[in-house]
Write a protein that binds this ligand. Structure first.
Ligand SMILES: *Cc1c(COP(=O)(O)O)cnc(C)c1O
Length: 385
């Protein structure tokens, strides 16, 4: 088999031999970004969330496209992700959405990375760092209105904002909160946005000026206009996945990630033979079993054993037996003419058929987010222009 040359995350081209890869359609990401832009209007800024390697799509490639498209902000989970983007020359403002340790302040100041601030400890540490370096730190204060994760409780947030706004070592650029149940519990989501709006009014009364105010994740971006404020933080929809089954009516997205492999082995199997570990599948009749060079070490979940389907020659073929670490078996009895070397689609389209990430997630008992984030580093990402 001819080798593939792929561009890896650090931009180096290197040959790969195993025919298992993820194809990333950057045009789809462009399309989805434009759809979101259209939806929120020109007065609302967009921070695209590119944490966790852009949900497995490749943080540098995706962010580079988004910067060209005029994304106002990038949201990452960790300081390391932010620094990596800066080292690749990205100039767009970046917010670290997680809570960091004092040891991360210096590099954030140096690389012009915005940090999330929600503790007195971090504020004190910034002051100390600023005294030593003469540098300031850009921050967004995180308010907990009901997520129960990081953030100052909303009842205590006004005092915290007052303190932060007086602190000379800080540039208080933003304030934000995060929904715990957007799209699933309207009552609670309303409660959260009301608590946040109340805080914003109080802050204004106290002459605290905060340029960026934000709350909306993908679900709220699409279906809860009131929460847009002046910046939205979509992640999932930018990659073309729908967080709710009703959403295709509200926004038209293009799926950006396809997961592909090729058949490497085919075996005619008589009735009564068991397939894979634990013998969870027994052939009932004469069956053609193909082996795919992909397994749970690639992120193809073991929970998909005996549940998922893949596409071969435009037909659906079921996964049979347990998915193993590096190999998965499928039943190709009904796929006429299937041969070694045939391309197999595990996520994405082939012919008139499509395997959607959302569907695969449901089969595996998880959410689309986890499916794409789980695709491991062993799987090279190949970029369609
Ligand atoms: C991950 C994340 C988002 C994006 O969520 P989606 O559901 O993917 O749109 C937004 N805000 C915060 C704080 C997050 O952690």
């Amino acid at each position: 088999m001819a080798e593939m040359t792929v561009k890896t995350h650090n931009g180096v081209s290197k040959p790969r031999y195993r025919p298992t890869w993820a194809e990333i359609d950057l045009n789809a990401i462009e399309h989805n970004f434009r759809q979101v832009k259209k939806l929120v209007g020109k007065d609302v800024n967009i921070m695209v969330v590119v944490k966790a390697n852009a949900y497995g799509h490749g943080i540098v490639e995706v962010s580079t496209v988004l910067e060209k498209l005029g994304a106002d902000y990038l949201g990452v989970a960790t300081t390391d992700e932010a620094v990596r983007l800066r080292e690749h020359g990205l100039k767009t403002p970046i917010l670290v959405l997680g809570s960091v340790l004092p040891s991360e302040i210096r590099i954030a100041m140096e690389k012009d990375v915005t940090l999330t601030l929600c503790s007195d400890e971090l504020m004190d540490a910034v002051k100390k760092e600023a005294d030593e370096t003469g540098l300031k730190l850009k921050v967004h204060v995180k308010v907990d209105t009901g997520m129960g994760r990081i953030g100052v409780w909303h009842e205590e947030a006004l005092d915290f904002l007052k303190k932060a706004s007086r602190e000379k070592s800080l540039v208080l650029e933003g304030v934000y909160t995060h929904f715990s149940s957007a799209g699933r519990d309207d009552f609670f989501t309303n409660y959260q946005i009301e608590a946040f709006e109340k805080l914003l009014v109080e802050a204004e009364k106290n002459w605290i000026k905060i340029p960026l105010r934000h709350a909306a994740n993908s679900i709220a971006t699409v279906d809860f206009k009131r929460s847009h404020l002046n910046l939205v933080r979509p992640g999932l929809i930018i990659y073309g996945m729908y967080p709710k089954h009703t959403f295709p009516k509200l926004i038209k997205l293009k799926n950006a990630l396809s997961l592909k492999t090729k058949i490497v082995y085919i075996k005619d199997t008589p009735p009564g033979r068991s397939i894979s570990y634990g013998r969870t599948f027994i052939t009932q009749k004469h069956t053609r079993i193909a082996t795919l060079p992909i397994g749970y070490a690639d992120g193809y979940e073991r929970n998909l054993s005996n549940k998922a389907e893949v596409l071969v020659r435009g037909h659906r073929a079921p996964v049979v037996g347990k998915v193993t670490m590096d190999q998965t078996m499928i039943d190709i009895t009904n796929v006429r003419g299937a041969r070694i070397g045939d391309e197999v689609v595990l996520i994405g389209k082939q012919g008139f058929e499509e395997i959607r990430t959302e569907k695969l997630a449901r089969l595996a008992g998880t959410i689309a987010y986890e499916v794409v984030c789980s695709i491991s580093n062993r799987v090279p990402r190949v970029y369609k222009p």
